[in-house]
Structure formats: structure tokens, C-alpha cells
Design a protein around this ligand. Sequence first.
Ligand SMILES: [Zn+2]
Length: 472
Amino acid sequence: MRKLIKNGTVVTAADIYEADVLIEDGKIAAIGTDLKSEGVEVIDATGRYLFPGGIDPHTHLDMPFGGTVTRDDFETGTVAAAFGGTTTIIDFCLTNKGEPLGNAIQTWHEKSKDKAVIDYSFHLMIGEMNDDVLRELPQVIHEEGITSFKVFMAYKNVFQADDGTLYRTLLAAKELGALVMVHAENGDVIDYLTRQALKEGNTDPIYHALTRPPEIEGEATGRACQLTGLANSQLYVVHVSCADAVEKIAEARNKGLDVWGETCPQYLVLDRSYLERPNFEGAKYVWSPPLREKWHQDVLWNALKNGQLQTIGSDQCSFDFKEQKELGRGDFTKIPNGGPTIEDRMSILFSEGVKQGRITLNQFVDITSTRIAKLFGLFPQKGTIAVGTDADIVIFDANVERVISRETHHMAVDYNAFEGMKVIGEPVSVLCRGEFVVRNRQFVGKAGYGSYLKRKKYGEDMKHQQDSIPVQ
Ligand SMILES: [Zn+2]
């Protein structure tokens, strides 16, 4: 059935205006004032914002790590994402060295099939670049529509790739039309520092942060930027947490390099002192990179404001405090890294960003959706509200006040990292391809509704824009 969302305020990365939005066959069919409402289902959005559905470019659902598996899978994780205003996620498909990439992709299809309630896509991890991997990549791009590759510069002896692999991945991405993503921390130095800490009997969660200082992230970020310049390729730095990394990204961009940076809600509002919470509660706040001293938050906010960082991902990677985070009692290196963030990504950015005057409403949409769609080959199907695009729409109440809590969240995990935090604003209803997934704060979606998105090559939109400029 056709739907008409009436009297909302449409917000895109460029515009803010009041209009009615007509939805037909899952797409936006018309935008205008006083659109006819005969024979359509009318949804009143008076006093509410209409945002393009959020795109979360960084999730780990149903992911094995450190002998355990993330608590949220593609069902609970995407339900929580939808409650938070996200209608598309891009999850990281992990690969094993020496095994065909195709097997890993198949595993990820099996994890997500019949489970996701919103649309989804995959990035592909490259652990080792060799001729076999190179031979498989064109197929990954053309048949699977996976146009972003992730290289880990940390997690020695687990995920970490060497610099040769990073460089060869950058070269291949340039040639094939993909974006290289890096986890930028110096894994070799971390390995040494963590061994030293344990040898000295320093086993508490805070040592996770103390053995991964900001220089570790700044150095790796700078190295990845330099190699990107050498390869004349393109780079996206995930989960930027500190001033040291922001500086390296800004420096590269000032030189004209094609480098982009993402931060996460936890780095914007939580700080290193959380790792010192008593009774091992500090383990709840173990992320890599780690939470930083509080002053880094201002640097990150400023970087979002002035465009040195362009996106926000959740890095959703949830482990229960009981039995999972607790694996690291007596040895901080055994605490599973990551936290539950998929649900609150947009609310935190809206409340702390827009409501606090740090970013504009248009920037909010760009950072949570539009820019991500453009970088990852989903624009304009996703990432905006315009005629002909997918009807992924968030009906948002910008005034309601609430408190984030595990009592009310929809993730499967047994704690919330933002417990007790007051936020202003809430997604009231969320549509994915014209169907309600959340309606008036009730889940009305269906497992398996989400469809797998094949993405365009990196830069294809930009090429299209150039081609369409009329020649005088
Ligand atoms: Zn991650």
C-alpha cells in the first residue's frame, strides 16, 4: 500500500524544509506540499523531523573473538539498530589466512540470511595479500558487490596484516575501485607493551588503555596515510579515537590525499577513567583503540565539525559482562574487546552534537548517513530523501528526553555502556524500503526482511557527477 507521511520536516545533508513524502513500492514517489491523500495510508509527522535512514558502516554481529562470540547476532543487532534510527548496516566479514575469500563471504551470508530486519552489506577483511587473494578480488567486487577491504594493523598473531599486505591491498583497491579501511594501531608495539605489563603484575582493565597509548594509534594512522599516498590509493580510517590520529588524517587531506576518517559514539562521550571502575566493571569499557583522556573528545567533536572526520560508525561488538568480559579477570589481555553501541549511535550524535550546538542538523545527516552512502557505493539509493530513492526514513522527535539504559535497550547484551546518560531526541518510527520496522516505538518488522546490498565501486558516483556536467 502507498503511504503518505504528512507535515514532517525533511532534513537532508543539504536542505531543511516542510513537505509531505509519498511512498510507493518501497521508494519515494513524490515530495511536495499538500500531496493528495486519497487511497493512501496517511502518517502524521507534524512537529517531527524526517531523516534519511541511518547507515552504520561499522558493525560486528555474530563475530567470533577471543574464544567467544559477540552477544548480538544479525537479528538482535539489527532490531536494536532500527530502534536507533539505522536502516542499513555494513558488517565486517572476517577471513582466515590461506582459505578462499569466497568461503568467508558464504559464512557471513549464512549468519545474516533470514535474520536481518534492515538492509545490510559486508566489508571484507584482507589478512594476507598474495596471488590467490588477488585472483579472487575481481569476483568479490563484481559478483558480491563488496567494494571495501579492511586491513588490521593490530591484533598480532590474530587479525594483524603486515605492511606489505596493506600496501598491496591499497594498490589492488586503486586498480579495482575499492576503498581500503584500516584499524590503525601499531600491533607489534602493543604486543611488547602488554607482555611487559603482565610481567610486572599489572592485570587490571586500565592497563588495556595504558598499553595502547595515543602514539600507537597516531603512528599507525600516519603510516597508513603515507602508504596510501605512495600507492595513489584511497583510505578510510575506522574508529579514530584521539588527537594524534586526527592530526595525521588532517595532514594527509591537506596534502590532497584521498583519506577519510570515522569516529564512534564511545570516543565522543566516554573517557579513560571508565576503565578504572571498581569490581572489574572497567572491563565493560574495553575497546580498541581504548577510551582516551577526556580532552581528546573536544578534538574529535571539532574534527567532525570542520570535516577532518566525516562519519560515525558504532563499532558494535557486544559481549556480556557476565561470563564474556569476565574472561579477562586477572588478565586484561583476555577481556573481549568491544561494546554495545549500535542502538545509541544516532541518538548520542543528535543529543550531544546537534542539541549542544557542536554540529548542524545537516551535518548530523551527512555524518550518520549521506557521506557513508557516498563512500561505500550506496548513494543515492541510500543516504538521502529524494524522489526515486529507497524509502528509508526516520520519523524523529527532537524534543523528548530520556535516559539510556539496559532496562529499555533492545540489544541482547547484559549492560549498556551509556547507562544513565540523558539524551534529547528519539526515533519514533523507522521505515526501511517503505515498510515500518519500528512504529511508535514498537517493533513491527520481520526477521529476514533485510536484503543484502551489492555496492557500487568506489568513486563511481563522483565519476557520474563529472560525466553529467554539460560540456559548453
Ligand atoms: Zn571494529
